[in-house]
Design a protein around this ligand. Sequence first.
Ligand SMILES: [Zn+2]
Ligand SMILES: [Zn+2]
Length: 221
Amino acid sequence: MKMILDNLWQVGGDELTHPADAAIYLIRFGTAAALVDAGTGHGHDQMLTNIARCLPAEVPIDYLLLTHCHFDHTGGAAAARRIFSCRIVVHALDAAYLETGDSQVTAAAWYGERMAPLPIDLKLDQEETVLPIGSGAVTAVHWPGHSPGSVIYHTEISGQRIVFGQDVHGPIHPALRSNEKQYQASLAKLLDLDADLLLEGHFGIYRGKTAVQKFIRSFMR
Ligand SMILES: [Zn+2]
Ligand SMILES: [Zn+2]
């Protein structure tokens, strides 16, 4: 478990739960919390231990906010939903691959795994959706490119703009239904958000506007 800011933690990832896991973040807004992504599920027990170290048992996890459909972010989603009774949020364009358990487009097959069909509670279909959580809120923004229904989530903590942008680095691959043109437009959109803190799925945590912008620009054409 890694504390990032007050009420913001990394509770999973390749060094925290399982080598194949993308980052799992936990954010608390007073009386309720949310998870961002769920890893492969292979580090599930360690994730639960890490969460218990951050969050008192009486504070509910209202949402599991999925950034996109890929297995390294979603394989653990069903178990997290069962344990926490949280609602799974994902963009409608990626929900389709999770609900049917498409092991190709979710990249489960790349990991030698099978994606089991996953129930989705809330399908995002707008450019932006505000999700109230406890005393705060998270804004979901459609961020297509790496996958058709990729999403970034942003919020403010102590006046800092925090962006959960998993797989900002790509890759762009036809088997993933990636789209380079959309990806480039999404990178520009991410730059405009002017984040103070960018939480990436595989590349770690970028602190400060300069470091965030440098990372984003490194993928722009
Ligand atoms: Zn991905
Ligand atoms: Zn990933």
